[in-house]
Design a protein around this ligand. Structure first.
Ligand SMILES: C[S@@+](CC[C@H](N)C(=O)[O-])C[C@H]1O[C@@H](n2cnc3c(N)ncnc32)[C@H](O)[C@@H]1O
Length: 294
């Protein structure tokens, strides 16, 4: 992957007038829109911390982008559950802008957020950012996206949107997936469904007898299953913490890198866990490729 060198076209940071944390070439207008810089270009204590966190997340993604093999059209990144698209905007500003090629797609169901992101991208001349008013699941079938996407991100995409993002990444043969899961209700619902039966069947069900524990175990199990699924589909998975991320208590960062080595044992473990927890019904819905593998 070639490293970004091209001079930025948008109004950008002049190092003399701005705090040292603002990088040369970075869009001042964008930082103001993200409420990182005040209107007069200053950083307060809170926004200094916020900027540090934004850089922290960016550094994970930048590393992956730099590892991509060079391609004619440049890298592609799809950000699912984009919200106000601050992740996409920061990655574009710090990487894609100077690179002069590649496209970022923001997928979001709330049309007003899609419209405001489109307007901001237009104002900043970020012409290789596209915003699609689609659900994650719909976007997998949309002709507005190319058949292959290099990097898939889903930052706090609600509930099963993370699973849909994984399905999207598998379909689009993503080389990397960067997932920070959010609230997870589907599995907790499934655990609740046969709770009494499972309490008779196995002492393990004590783990989710109380509603608070159902939610916590459901959330933990959801992410464990996602990791196993990714491994079974040829991804090497790292789970780490998105340190100091102030937006949410949900700080688990799942990084998946495609190696092509499908781990059959992970698929088997996944199915065994579903059985053990009495939620085999989810196998076809959420982990269809594992079912085919076994
Ligand atoms: C908690 S916000 C996170 C926004 C952004 N990624 C961030 O970290 O700031 C979740 C966003 O995902 C969107 N969303 C939820 N489910 C979705 C789905 N199935 N498809 C697309 N967007 C979805 C919501 O509308 C919301 O804007």
């Amino acid at each position: 992957m070639k490293t970004p060198t091209r001079a930025p076209k948008t109004p950008s940071a002049s190092p003399a007038a701005l705090p040292p944390e603002v990088r040369p070439g970075q869009s001042v207008e964008l930082l103001k829109q993200l409420h990182i810089l005040t209107r007069d270009g200053k950083l307060n204590q809170d926004s200094r911390r916020k900027l540090k966190q934004v850089y922290h997340l960016f550094q994970f993604i930048e590393k992956l982008l730099l590892e991509l093999p060079a391609s004619e059209a440049g890298p592609t990144l799809a950000d699912h559950g984009a919200g106000k698209s601050y992740l996409g905007f920061i990655v574009y500003d710090l990487f894609f802008k100077a690179l002069g090629q590649g496209t970022i797609y923001g997928i979001e169901t709330r049309s007003e957020l899609v419209e405001s992101s489109k307007a901001l991208a237009q104002r900043l001349l970020f012409e290789r950012m596209q915003f699609l008013n689609l659900s994650v699941a719909e976007s997998a079938q949309s002709s507005a996206l190319p058949p292959q996407i290099d990097v898939v991100t889903a930052l706090h995409a609600c509930d099963t949107a993370t699973d849909d993002a994984i399905a999207f990444g598998l379909l689009k043969k993503a080389k990397y997936m960067v997932l920070v899961p959010c609230c997870q209700a589907e599995l907790a619902r499934a655990l609740n469904h046969n709770k009494a039966l499972n309490l008779q069947r196995t002492p393990l069900a004590e783990l989710w007898r109380h509603p608070l524990h159902t939610r916590e175990v459901g959330s933990q199990l959801t992410n464990v299953l996602r990791c196993l699924y990714l491994e079974s589909q040829g991804y090497q998975v790292t789970v780490t913490e998105l340190v100091g991320w102030e937006h949410s208590m949900k700080n688990e960062l799942i990084l998946a890198k495609y190696t092509g080595q499908k781990k059959r044992a992970s698929g088997e473990r996944l199915l065994a866990l579903l059985k053990e927890f009495g939620i085999d019904g989810l196998a076809f819905l959420r982990y269809p490729s594992t079912v085919q593998l076994n």
